[in-house]
Design a protein around this ligand. Structure first.
Ligand SMILES: *Cc1c(COP(=O)(O)O)cnc(C)c1O
Length: 493
């Protein structure tokens, strides 16, 4: 079946997957969504014989239907190789009676590696397929993890240039160091005096600026995005939900076609949206548990049908989820509105103008696939400590938000389904908070000393990604205000 893409706001349709990957965002400001969805052409039982790459191929080809087998397998092989520190790529581990899907074995020890290792290859392949010779300029706003994962993915990939904006002071020291020590010759990292939403809004405005776009096109550049709004990010993420299901089946934890739940620590709503697509394609999923931190806009939305970003922005110990506008939610809105661009456009306009919108009662019924809970800071710390004490397993702050939400679901609902907690970062990425939660005393607040303490106590090796940056040179030191972001892009190019 040939799958094409259309904008959630209606202006573009019939776009091939490769064109949608190149464009990133639609010209009308909407996000690309599949116009048709096909079911899996394999049984769940067949999954138990597939490795990660095969699973990824079998899933992705259903949505990237204008890629040839050779093209897609080529991208998968280049992406999912020894860059990952385990041959399984995304191990499903059982600790006590909890299941964790560890998505942090890539280059930057966080889940965004799963998609950002493959996006550059999907993108350069898409350019070739469409006969485009321009240089692709990747503009990315990051709340911490996307930045380094995108830099690592695109670093020195021919025909690309990448510019990353991050909120100065809004990311962890290790996250910042990972970015500003990036060596790729085609990379530029800029700190913005503002929060993640300022960065994201700035990038969206640059994308929407037709005059600038035309000027740069004349110079041989086209913009694209590595943000999770790109379908080239979203589609690879569907694969690991299918993979996790195969893992549960293989280990005898479930029988074929038993339903399972996934609990996803959520920020921009990309990761959990991939799970939603997996379910719509036929993966036996009961509930998708959307876990938020104290920035609980989504929790309120799922409970009231009102999305309202007019509230205090809270800096938490899970910074990659400190988000007030979850961009990918627009895709869910479009689907629960009955694939209706008019309605979506109206609600998004209301969000842009008033910072809020309310969905209809009919649309609310479309939220029944989801359950939502949020974790307060003290609950996050308590969860880390409890799981360490009970099972000797150390989780990071984002994963702890999910583990806490999973526990709340368990306390509130009688549900026999197995529940997989999606583990989005290595504890070493947020070692300061993790060590504090575990009640360990450390003599210094240096992140590297803390990492050593964590390693000694929990008997786990410090990942390469952390060791590497310890003595690396700072190569990027530009800081700007949100209003200067466009100027920075022009200067870089
Ligand atoms: C980005 C990120 C999230 C949130 O994922 P979304 O797809 O934005 O919802 C959660 N945890 C970590 C560690 C992340 O980097």
């Amino acid at each position: 079946m040939n799958i094409t893409y259309k904008s959630t706001r209606g202006a573009e349709s019939g776009i091939s997957a490769s064109r949608a990957i190149i464009k990133g965002l639609s010209e009308d400001g909407g996000l690309f969504v599949p116009e048709q969805l096909t079911g899996f052409d394999f049984t769940m039982k067949e999954l138990t014989d597939m490795d990660y790459r095969e699973t990824a191929y079998r899933v992705m080809r259903l949505l990237l239907s204008d890629f040839s087998e050779q093209e897609l397998r080529g991208c998968i092989e280049k992406a999912y190789d020894s860059k990952f520190d385990t041959p399984e790529l995304a191990p499903l581990v059982k600790r006590g009676d909890r299941f964790f899907l560890e998505l942090f074995h890539g280059k930057t020890i966080a889940f965004k590696d799963m998609a950002l290792s493959i996006l550059p290859h999907l993108l350069t392949c898409s350019m070739k397929k469409n006969g485009m010779k321009e240089k692709v300029v990747i503009l990315t706003a990051t709340s911490g993890d996307t930045g380094k994962a995108a830099l690592a993915g695109f670093s020195d990939v021919e025909g690309t240039q990448i510019i990353v904006f991050y909120p100065k002071g809004g990311v962890s020291r290790i996250q910042e160091l990972q970015m500003v020590t990036e060596k790729g010759k085609n990379t530029k990292v800029i700190g913005v005096n503002g929060n993640f939403d300022d960065c994201q809004t700035g990038v969206k405005e640059i994308f929407g600026n037709r005059v600038l776009k035309q000027k740069l096109k004349e110079k041989g550049y086209v913009f694209s995005s590595a943000n999770s709004i790109n379908i080239g990010r979203l589609i690879p993420q569907i694969a690991y939900y299918v993979w996790a299901y195969g893992g549960l089946l293989k280990s005898g934890e479930i029988k074929e076609n038993d339903k399972v739940n996934f609990t996803v620590p959520t920020g921009n709503f990309g990761n959990i949206l991939a799970a939603y697509y997996a379910k719509r394609m036929g993966l036996p999923v009961h509930k998708l548990i959307c876990a938020s931190n104290e920035n609980n806009v989504l929790f309120d939305f799922f409970h009231t049908g009102i999305y309202d970003k007019n509230r205090e922005f809270i800096l938490t110990s899970s910074p990659s989820m400190d988000i007030l506008i979850s961009s990918n939610l627009e895709r869910l809105i479009y689907h629960i509105a009955g694939d209706e661009p008019e309605k979506t456009r109206e609600l998004m306009l209301s969000l842009a103008n008033n910072g809020r919108y309310e969905i209809s009662d009919v649309m609310k019924t479309g939220l029944s696939d989801f359950y939502s809970a949020y974790a307060k800071e003290e609950e996050v710390f308590e969860t880390i400590r409890k799981i360490y004490e009970e099972d000797g397993y150390v989780i990071d702050t984002h994963t702890a938000v999910a583990a806490c939400a999973a526990q709340k679901y368990r306390n509130e609902e009688e549900d026999p389904c197995k529940n997989v907690i999606v583990s989005t970062a290595s504890p070493f990425k947020f070692a300061g908070s993790v060590v504090r939660a575990m009640g360990l005393k450390v003599s210094s607040d240096d992140d590297f000393v803390i990492a050593e303490k964590l390693s000694d106590t929990a008997k786990i090796d410090i990942p390469n990604a952390v060791r590497e940056i310890r003595n690396a040179d700072i190569l990027h030191n530009t800081i700007c205000d949100p209003s200067e972001m466009e100027e920075q892009v022009i200067q870089t190019l």
